[in-house]
Write a protein that binds this ligand. Structure first.
Ligand code: TRP
Ligand code: SF4
Length: 328
């Protein structure tokens, strides 16, 4: 039996951090055994907010995809590609724009949220409103069965199903309705205790050297009530302990929690085995990354092949779509 197809993408934000690794990427990696996977850089989606300065987008795509591969995404088994290299996404987006009621886009919860949260950019553009419609085109053009995403993206996959249904109603059965593969991401705190995010400048990057990791974790915020060595702390409100939960074994967790509550250990002591684990985990990634960077033609070749494969599949779908709508 042929494998089901999954599709997922990330906006190209450049080098990846541990939040990406333990969230989306870990999940993508585990899916590549059982599914035919298409993973792509959503560079046109990046444009919805970065339109005024596009200079970083191409380079961010290459950096991001290099990190995917270094982290364990297997280009032999997955199709890795760039959204803007498959022009059919734009064609299908245009057709979907014709049939998507304005209210669906306006009521999308991420639309209002982002407009309120993102400052310094004017997001009252037509393209930004159309974000989930472009995403629906990304998904449906590969006729994907499943879309692995975090909770925040669920409304977009729901809208994708609605658009598929509406299209099929008008023009005949072309698109399957994709389901979301909801991923439970662990909360990965940054060095300041907030969610790890490039824009907060609090991230541990896959590309950080052992020394950088060491320095960042040693200065990472802990339970703020633990001012002095003799003050007991509460691991349940300590972001360092959240990282321990991801990286450390039961024994170390017990040791840290007990030592923290009794003030038996200091924070630097507590952090030492964590620093080691994080660096151990990153070591093979660093090695692969260095290999990929040493010869840029490797990633370039992977993307050329991926873009080509994506073009084939998207081209096939669009031929069916054009027939169904009797135009083009
Ligand atoms: N909106 C997604 C995000 O911000 C990125 C994305 C674009 C995507 N197109 C997609 C994810 C299609 C899954 C499927 O994370
Ligand atoms: Fe956090 Fe460990 Fe310090 Fe406790 S001892 S506050 S868990 S870093």
């Amino acid at each position: 039996m042929s494998k089901q197809r999954i599709l997922s993408g990330m906006r190209p934000s450049g080098k990846l951090h541990l939040g990406h690794l333990h969230g989306a990427l870990a999940n993508w990696i585990s899916l590549q055994d059982d599914y035919e996977c298409f993973y792509f850089s959503a560079d046109w989606h990046a444009l919805t907010s970065e339109y005024a300065d596009t200079s970083a987008i191409e380079n961010n795509t290459v950096e991001m995809i290099t990190d995917w591969i270094a982290a364990g995404i297997d280009p032999e088994r997955c199709t890795l590609f760039i959204q803007s290299r498959v022009r059919e996404h734009a064609e299908l987006f245009l057709l979907f724009s014709m049939i998507t009621p304005l209210g669906w886009a306006e009521r999308c919860p991420t639309y209002k949220e982002q407009q309120e949260q993102v400052s310094g950019r004017d997001l009252s553009t037509y393209g930004f409103l159309g974000y989930p419609i472009l995403q629906a085109a990304d998904i449906l053009i590969y006729r994907a069965h499943k879309v692995p995403v975090g909770e925040d993206q669920r409304p977009h996959v729901e809208m994708t199903r609605e658009i598929a249904r509406r299209f099929n109603n008008f023009y005949g059965d072309v698109f399957p309705e994709p389901g979301e593969l909801l991923t439970q991401f662990p909360r990965v705190p940054g060095t300041d205790g907030r969610k790890m995010s490039k824009s907060y400048d609090n991230s541990l990057y896959l590309s950080d050297t052992p020394e950088q990791i060491d320095r960042k974790i040693r200065t990472m915020i802990t339970d703020p009530a633990r001012q002095r060595r003799k003050d007991p702390g509460d691991p349940d409100i300590c972001p360092v302990y959240d990282l321990h939960r991801i990286y450390s074994e039961h024994e170390t967790l017990m040791w840290a929690a007990e030592g923290c509550r009794s003030a038996g250990i200091g924070c630097l002591q507590c952090k030492a085995p964590l620093i080691e684990k994080v660096n151990q985990g990153l070591d093979p990634i660093r090695t692969r990354r260095a290999e990929l960077l040493a010869d840029p033609s490797i990633v370039r070749g992977i993307l050329e092949r991926g873009n080509q494969r994506a073009n084939q599949v998207a081209g096939d779908t669009m031929r069916v779509v054009r027939q169904a709508i009797k135009i083009g």
